[in-house]
Write a protein that binds this ligand. Structure first.
Ligand SMILES: Cc1cc2nc3c(=O)[nH]c(=O)nc-3n(C[C@H](O)[C@H](O)[C@H](O)COP(=O)(O)OP(=O)(O)OC[C@H]3O[C@@H](n4cnc5c(N)ncnc54)[C@H](O)[C@@H]3O)c2cc1C
Length: 424
């Protein structure tokens, strides 16, 4: 084990670990990152085409509020990697285009004219190449997750990044957290530990008698090649489209004289296969036809050039799991980022870095860090980011532990019983 002691130990070098590490380093903390993969972003973050947009989510107001805040944080957190080109969210098929109603809904969700604009099908055709009614988000962006992680873990001074290192368990000795290998030998220790290891967090938490209700959801993206004589040409998007699925703007390759269209993705619950599936290829062809409003298009003209398959980590309530574990001082979790890795990683970084700082200050002042004072202090700081107590509670790991939310973090919502227990 290295003699150098770090302030914080981060387990996982995907986009969650990258966001948290970056903000902790900016705060002046020293960070040690352990990851099972041979290089950064070897899990689900091995993904070059992630979309980030705030979206209008009418059915889930809490998710809408979280998404809105996380988008603003992501824009800041991922600035050097952010390719802001706008994203178009078409309305669900069969939904009537009512501009004033949409404007009302956008305003009540916090958007202004500069950040979201309802556009009808003919305007959308002009702006995005796709003839569907919907909402244009000019600040929507794409990010290459893999490149982002590689850059963050490759360049920093106060950072020790160790690849090819599986953490089999973690334990707390009352002062420090220890990461242990399969033989129970120490790999590293620090005052704080962050489980930013997607599904790996389930096993590490289970070792501490914490049940995280995580499930795998496989997703496949396809890169289709389309010939310059195809009838699809008239329908190809000039902007990213995100609705029932998503696609990136089509690009043209001078050498091959072909167009490329990236379309995804499937949502295969409880599947972990990383193999490319023919039925997913077919699903994505259909998805292209419906996203681009060309259902009569010949699907055989969408030739597969490449695919990306990843396994998302999703909690049973489909919200991310971000925050401190009550009664375990210095233990933080950032997992279940689902299909919103760009947004939730930035949110995780903002929350966990604040919690780490509050704990440090409490420690310096000789106060216990798990008490109400600490959680109240953290809430004051998070409120500055727009994160009210109900939002923090909704994504806290404590929601899966009966009676675990400290009073300051308890929301007015119904308690959530741990997995396996039966509510009466
Ligand atoms: C097809 C598809 C399309 C997607 N599109 C988008 C999109 O457009 N926009 C968007 O925002 N998100 C998208 N996502 C989601 C996004 O990719 C994920 O949310 C994100 O990559 C998850 O990041 P993570 O850091 O939590 O997990 P990962 O990237 O999986 O990283 C976890 C890391 O932990 C390590 N690890 C695990 N266990 C251990 C252990 N015990 N010891 C040491 N290391 C360990 C692993 O090696 C891995 O590197 C998509 C996902 C898929 C599958």
């Amino acid at each position: 084990m290295s003699q150098i002691e770090h302030d914080v130990l981060v387990i996982g070098a995907g986009i969650a670990g990258a966001a948290i590490t970056q903000v902790l380093l900016q705060q002046g903390q020293t960070v040690r990152v352990l990851d099972a993969g041979l290089k950064p972003a070897s899990g689900t973050s091995a993904h070059a085409f992630a979309l980030a947009h705030p979206g209008l989510i009418r059915a889930r107001p809490l998710l809408q509020r979280l998404t809105y805040i996380a988008f603003a944080l992501a824009k800041k957190t991922w600035q050097p990697f952010w390719r802001e080109e706008g994203i178009f969210q078409p309305l669900k098929p069969g939904t009537e285009f009512n501009e004033s109603l949409l404007n009302e809904q956008l305003v009540s969700a916090g958007f202004d004219q500069d950040s979201a604009q309802p556009i009808n099908a003919s305007k959308a055709q002009h702006l995005t190449g796709v003839s569907r009614d919907g909402i244009w988000f000019p600040q929507g962006a794409t990010i290459n997750l893999e490149k982002t992680c590689t850059t963050i873990f490759g360049q920093q001074d106060s950072l020790a990044y160790e690849a090819n290192t599986i953490v089999a368990s973690i334990s707390y000795d009352g002062v420090d957290w220890w990461a242990l290998d399969q033989k129970g030998l120490p790999l590293a220790k620090a005052k704080s530990v962050v489980l930013a290891c997607a599904h790996g967090a389930k096993e590490l938490a289970a070792g501490l008698q914490i049940t995280l209700p995580l499930k795998p959801v496989r997703g496949q993206l396809n890169q289709f090649q389309i010939s310059a004589t195809s009838s699809w040409l008239k329908y190809l998007p000039t902007a990213a489209i995100s609705g029932e699925g998503y696609c990136l703007p089509a690009s043209y390759d001078e050498n091959t004289k072909m167009y490329t269209l990236v379309v995804g993705s499937t949502y295969d619950e409880n599947e972990t296969s990383l193999a490319t599936w023919p039925r997913s290829d077919e699903y994505n062809r259909q998805q292209a036809a419906s996203l681009l409003n060309y259902v009569a298009g010949n699907l055989a003209e969408l030739n597969i050039a490449n695919s990306f398959v990843g396994v998302r980590c999703v909690a049973n309530d489909r919200l991310p799991i971000i925050g401190a574990v009550p009664s375990m001082p210095g233990l933080y979790i950032a997992t279940a980022l689902g299909s919103r890795g760009v947004l939730w990683s930035a949110l995780a970084a903002a929350i966990i870095s604040e919690l780490v700082q509050v704990r440090e200050v409490a420690h310096l002042q000789g106060r216990p860090s798990t008490g109400n004072h600490a959680s109240a202090a953290a809430l004051v700081r998070l409120a500055r980011l727009g994160l009210s107590a109900d939002l923090v509670a909704a994504i806290s790991p404590a929601r899966f532990l009966v009676g675990a939310l400290p009073p300051a973090l308890a929301s007015n919502s119904k308690p959530i019983l741990p997995l396996g227990s039966k509510a009466k």
